[in-house]
Write a protein that binds this ligand. Sequence first.
Ligand SMILES: O=C(O)C(=O)Cc1ccccc1
Length: 311
Amino acid sequence: MSATRYTYLGPAGTFTEAALRKLPEAATRELVPMVTVSAALDAVRAGEAAAALVPIENSVEGGITTTLDELIAGEPLMIYREVLLPITFALLVRPGTQLADIKTVTAHPAAQTQVRNWLAANLPDAVWESSASNADGARLVQEGRYDAAFAGEFAAATYGLEPLVTEIHDAANAQTRFVLVGRPARPAAPTGADKTSVVIWQRDDHPGALLELLQEFAVRGVNLVLLQSRPTGEGIGSYCFAIDAEGHVSDPRVGEALMGLKRICLKVRFLGSYPQADVSPQDVRALRPGTSDGDFAEASDWLTRCRDGRF
Ligand SMILES: O=C(O)C(=O)Cc1ccccc1
């Protein structure tokens, strides 16, 4: 067990590694690349690493399903931080390769939607094959398995490749969100700009079932920033929902919303409360009337007085 070891989706040169190096504590940690998201998280579950950084969501492609499914199922884990990274790809080739020589290309599956138009316009006949990560694609080009890889330009040197084309992205300002995942423990204190993640399994299917769980947040003035359904694996039409809500589990409005969900849902898995990347407390939206900490405390005092006959 190493309290100082952080695993990440590797090998060296992934966007995940670049995101990890944005965390101040990365400088004092042993950073260990793993071949898959599952392997990075299993090292944490086994106590061989204190935490793992893994991609969870891309602004163009959407959720990284392996990561979501790992957090939804299996031994519980918790999110402690999130990191946002702008994503733009370079086409990495062995020195001397020209565009006309490229017959096969590779990258992580989540990269495909971000370079699809570029590929159709510039390499319409190239055959795409997915790799375990963008840097792993670069490694496979070095080995001669593919002609080119879409990866971060910074990965070129690690694999003896050169960037034939840079700044490839179908959508400007694409970003990927990464999460630092550890074993369950008390979340860090609120910063004033936090986010809470949960997974919810509904009790049964009926009209308005999704609306009922959304109402638990709405009536308490809690804003949602992510709602993603994932199949439970139990048949067509059976889903659980991953939800990110603004606020911290210690905020009364968030806590009461979670208690409401706990009452009406089959199962709720708490995935953590952690600071929202790139949002500072002064950027946080104003609370809806009646949903501040003071409002909740006052209402609770009033109820106590009612119960005591002291009003
Ligand atoms: O970190 C990487 O390089 C990955 O392979 C995951 C990924 C995939 C697509 C965009 C950003 C990160």
